[in-house]
Design a protein around this ligand. Structure first.
Ligand code: NAD
Ligand code: ZN
Length: 353
């Protein structure tokens, strides 16, 4: 679990105070990985105090993180510095948070990031790493994974060394998130709750967090009583609790299918989950019904026909990726999941999207 958290509007201002005692020496910089949406945003960047060789690297989140991108960043950081950095700070959405986690791991572990995609393959503790979300929903700020697309698979580096050492939850940083993206990433949280709470892996630990996050999502996406600030703060906590819920359970059908879309078509996580979940009444009847109400209330239109022109080969590639995520299917459908969901059935579902 993440050992240190601060929460509150304006808490981003405490960043320098938090980092100063963590500086190892003047040759060991802090590396800030920041979403390039903030490149010309001095309101945020002016509050980052750079000393010695500290560096801000702006990164686009147009595409989801790749193992090759992590390797390139690690190489750049090693070549530019005499010593290992004092810390890596990720500022942005799930994309930047995952990159920060992965880079901090790969700075202390040999080989390439793709070698560590899987469960508990990391050998050495990562360097100190801090996560500062600027959009809420993925739970990447709290989870034990960093999801990466590699040459052969889309799979996380799941390990005890992956979670952040420190997280700063300042909802003010989410002020300018565009509405569609707010919905897609927020629905990632909602879907985490539904898949965790309806899953066979559920236990009291996951359930308690999942219940809390689900109630918050209903209040945020279906209620009318919250101020903008309240809604932002509550979504930040929903994301946290939703993430905590899946730490000790698993996600399910929507995630397993959305990973296939993302691998083949580059569909991003939040919107991909929404596209898939919209067609999963059979598996999550109540959850999908509420999802459709939320979509209607916020006037969100999802893309259609994204699988319309795919070849047999492409469908097979997507199905292979999806089926490779066995724990997700087992959580969703139980130990006999292979009897319930066949390749033909999965293809028919993809064809609807
Ligand atoms: P994101 O990081 O991809 O960002 C989505 C968009 O929102 C980008 O265009 C970004 O520039 C913009 N944005 C972010 N903050 C903003 C702000 N304050 N103002 C204006 N624009 C802003 O989105 P996401 O949905 O948070 O993350 C998706 C990624 O998270 C995927 O790569 C997915 O695999 C990963 N993920 C990881 C976990 C985990 O546990 N590690 C869980 C779920 C998803
Ligand atoms: Zn998710």
């Amino acid at each position: 679990m993440v050992p240190r958290i601060i929460f509150g509007r304006g808490s981003f201002n405490q960043l320098n105070e938090i980092l100063t005692p963590k500086r190892l020496n003047i040759n060991a910089p802090f590396i800030y990985l920041v979403d390039d949406v903030f490149k010309n945003n001095s309101w945020l960047t002016s509050r980052i105090q750079l000393s010695y060789n500290d560096k801000i690297i702006f990164i686009s989140s147009k595409e989801e993180p790749k193992t090759s991108q992590v390797d390139a960043l690690v190489e750049e950081i090693i070549l530019e510095n005499k010593e290992r950095p004092s810390g890596v700070i990720g500022i942005g959405g799930g994309t930047l948070l995952d990159l920060a986690k992965a880079v901090s791991i790969m700075l202390t572990n040999e080989g390439e990031a793709k070698d560590y995609q899987g469960w508990d393959l990391v050998k050495n503790a990562a360097i100190y790493h801090v996560g500062i979300p600027t959009i809420s929903g993925t739970g990447a700020e709290v989870s034990r994974t960093t999801v990466l697309t590699g040459p052969h698979k889309k799979l996380g580096i799941n390990s005890d060394f992956t979670p952040f050492d420190q997280v700063i939850l300042d909802s003010e940083l989410t002020d300018n998130v565009p509405k569609d993206q707010w919905f897609y990433t927020g629905m990632d949280c909602y879907i985490h709750c539904v898949e965790s709470l309806d899953g066979t892996y559920l236990n009291a630990f996951s359930e308690s967090y999942g219940d809390m996050a689900l109630e918050l999502c209903k209040e945020i996406f279906l209620g009318d009583d919250l101020t903008k600030v309240e809604a932002q703060e509550k979504l930040m906590m929903a994301s946290w609790h939703g993430g905590m819920s899946i730490v000790y359970s698993q996600v399910g059908v929507a995630h397993a299918m959305s990973y296939g879309l993302s691998y083949l078509l580059g569909t991003k996580h939040g919107i991909g989950n929404c596209i898939v979940f919209n067609h999963l009444e059979e598996f999550y009847p109540e959850g999908v019904k509420l999802f459709k109400e939320m979509k209607l209330k916020h006037d969100i239109e999802l893309p259609e026909g994204i699988c319309a022109n795919l070849t047999d080969e492409e469908f097979n590639a997507m199905i292979d990726i999806s089926f490779s995520l066995e724990p997700l299917w087992e959580n969703a459908l139980g130990k006999n999941w292979k009897k319930i969901i066949t390749r033909e059935k999965l293809r028919a579902l993809y064809q609807k999207m």
